[in-house]
Design a protein around this ligand. Structure first.
Ligand SMILES: [Zn+2]
Length: 277
């Protein structure tokens, strides 16, 4: 069984909008090839704090990245640190805030956009710094990294859904269309990545509301999808109860066959049981 994992982080993608538009992922789950869960995001439902929560398994009060304007590197044990300890190769095709958290801060567009063979927590990264950078290019950048470096852990982080949400709101046609485009992109890359032996996680950091916002405590802003394509989990739809976002990091550890960091919640405490015992 392969432990290589690709995490696709759909920035700002609501649970309901994912269900309505990500037909290819819904198909894979419906034919027994995947696992679907509903995740309740942590607070505040903001990007940079949630990136750190997703990568460390810690709530905001513990990791200290309290808002988007706090620009510094992570000082906690992240998935990238653990991979490094296990001598695994890591790569990211991601928004520049990921580079700021796990490589260096502040991000310098003229210096930091492409960082290959870097001596840092993320060894190979291609980072964009405009929210309109096309998601199609984010996947192309990811595929370049995958082919060149065969990473054990690859983070793929498109921003166009969040961008559409901020411009037009979560009930807009534009927001829905941005998720529908993701459906096409995912149905293009996932067969290739699965055939190459990768386990896949698709999730989001937070949702979006009709006022073009996220950050607060409402279902729209917090509820996000989690799709898993891995033989390590019970297949099917497990959405009756919400899973806490704090379990994403330990789930990644399970996929990558690593011991979780001491601060991460044990998977035995998950609200939804998807691990065969
Ligand atoms: Zn946003």
């Amino acid at each position: 069984m392969s432990h290589k994992t690709i995490m696709i982080l759909l920035d700002g993608c609501c649970y309901d909008t994912a269900t309505e538009n990500l037909g290819y992922l819904e198909h894979l789950v419906s034919i027994g090839k995947g696992t679907k869960l509903r995740v309740l995001g942590e607070l505040p439902s903001l990007s940079r704090p949630m990136y750190e929560t997703l990568m460390t398994g810690l709530p905001v009060d513990e990791h200290g990245i309290t808002n988007n304007h706090l620009i510094r590197c992570s000082n906690q044990i992240s998935i990238f640190d653990l991979c490094k300890n296990y001598k695994m190769t890591t790569a990211a095709s991601a928004y520049h805030w990921i580079s700021e958290l796990y490589v260096r801060a502040p991000f310098q567009p003229l210096m930091d956009r492409v960082q290959l063979k870097a001596v840092s927590k993320i060894q190979h990264g291609i980072y964009y710094f405009e929210d309109q950078y096309p998601d199609s290019h984010v996947y192309s950048d990811a595929e370049f990294l995958r082919q060149q470096f065969e990473p054990d852990f690859l983070l793929v982080h498109p921003m166009n859904i969040d961008d559409a949400g901020h411009k037009y709101g979560s009930t807009s046609s534009e927001y829905h269309q941005s998720v529908a485009i993701e459906n096409i992109l995912l149905s293009t890359v996932l067969p290739i990545w699965m055939n190459a032996g990768y386990q896949i996680m698709v999730t989001a950091d937070h949702g979006m509301n009709e006022h073009h916002l996220h950050g607060g405590n409402s279902e729209q802003q917090r509820m996000v999808p989690l799709y898993l394509f891995s033989d390590k989990f019970v297949k099917g739809i497990h959405t009756d109860q919400c899973l806490s976002e704090l379990f994403i990091a330990p789930l990644l550890c399970k996929m990558l066959k690593m011991e979780p960091a001491p601060g991460m919640r044990p998977l035995s405490q998950m609200e939804v049981q998807i691990i065969d015992v």
